[in-house]
Design a protein around this ligand. Structure first.
Ligand SMILES: NC(=O)c1ccc[n+]([C@@H]2O[C@H](COP(=O)([O-])OP(=O)(O)OC[C@H]3O[C@@H](n4cnc5c(N)ncnc54)[C@H](OP(=O)(O)O)[C@@H]3O)[C@@H](O)[C@H]2O)c1
Length: 261
């Protein structure tokens, strides 16, 4: 029996690693993509042993200008044609745009938006030919409002949400499901990476969900082709409240929460 093949970016830690675990439990073979080979190889061996699935490890820096092209070439060379794509790799930087290094902002733009879009565009033709496919794009609750203190990150997630919702509609006639995952604060390496330069004032006071629970909620939503999934009641309420809160007030609230210290 052939198992469906799922490609997960950012599979070396956090939410991506847990999504890979969740998909393996449901009988998917995997292509694991991130920069660090070691953690992905360990994960691949565990998943093969626990669930009898095949895992391919393709280390790749997706923020590089030709990163997605290189990944596509590696997939073609190995004859791998994913029918599930999880665009999870992403990063944030805490700090005011004026103070952040352009090189850091550019890598975030390249990873969070360009690579996600380019990889989707590269894999879609094969999904269309097959008449089926599933795409899970990892946005954030940050997608629902502007983010003073993490301006480019919030804007990048608004892009992911809008892009995913549009594709959900466009690709439905081709049998391709598209889901935007919008997690709130989640246990992972994200905060450590984002706060290299600065910390935020309320970082220690916010409850963090487990990456495993976020991943299971996300994969469930992807399997039923839900357009947007926000894991957790508090996050759902937060997103819902943005509909009724004036934008000027939202900006002030987020600025307070994400004030770099
Ligand atoms: N944690 C949260 O609170 C939270 C909340 C909302 C949304 N999110 C989103 O969830 C997604 C996953 O983040 P996470 O929380 O799981 O953080 P994480 O533990 O830092 O995971 C990020 C993953 O992305 C990979 N990655 C980073 N730069 C890369 C690059 N240039 N090329 C390829 N892969 C790269 C990392 O692997 P390597 O370092 O090995 O490359 C890692 O596997 C992100 O899109 C993030 O924006 C997170």
């Amino acid at each position: 029996m052939t198992r469906p093949l799922a490609l997960v970016t950012g599979a070396s830690s956090g939410i991506g690693e847990q999504i890979a675990r969740s998909l393996a439990r449901r009988g998917h073979d995997l292509v694991l993509v991130a920069r660090r080979k070691g953690p992905m190889q360990t994960l691949a061996e565990q998943l093969a042993q626990q669930h009898g699935v095949r895992c391919h490890v393709l280390p790749q820096d997706l923020a590089d200008a030709d990163g997605v092209q290189q990944l596509a070439a590696a997939l073609a060379a190995q004859g791998l044609q994913p029918e599930v794509l999880v665009n999870n790799a992403g990063l944030g930087h805490i700090g005011y745009h004026l103070d952040n290094q352009w090189a850091d902002e550019q890598r975030m733009i390249d990873l969070n938006m360009r690579a996600l879009t380019e990889l989707t565009h590269a894999l879609l033709p094969a999904m269309k030919r097959q008449g089926r496919g599933r795409i899970l794009n990892v946005a954030s609750t940050a997608a629902f409002q502007p983010g003073p203190g993490m301006a480019v990150y919030f804007a990048s997630k608004a892009y992911v949400l809008s892009y995913s919702e549009a594709l959900h509609h466009e690709l439905a006639p081709h049998g391709i499901a598209v889901t935007a995952l919008c997690p709130g604060p989640t246990q992972s390496e994200f905060v450590q990476v984002a706060s290299k330069a600065r910390r935020i004032s309320l970082a220690d006071k916010v409850p963090f969900a487990s990456a495993a629970s976020v991943a299971d909620t996300a994969v469930d939503a992807l399997m039923r082709n839900q357009a947007i999934v926000v894991p957790g009641l508090v996050n759902k309420l937060g997103v819902w409240s943005t509909r009724f809160t004036p934008r000027w007030l939202l900006r002030h609230i987020v600025a307070r929460v994400f004030r770099p210290v």
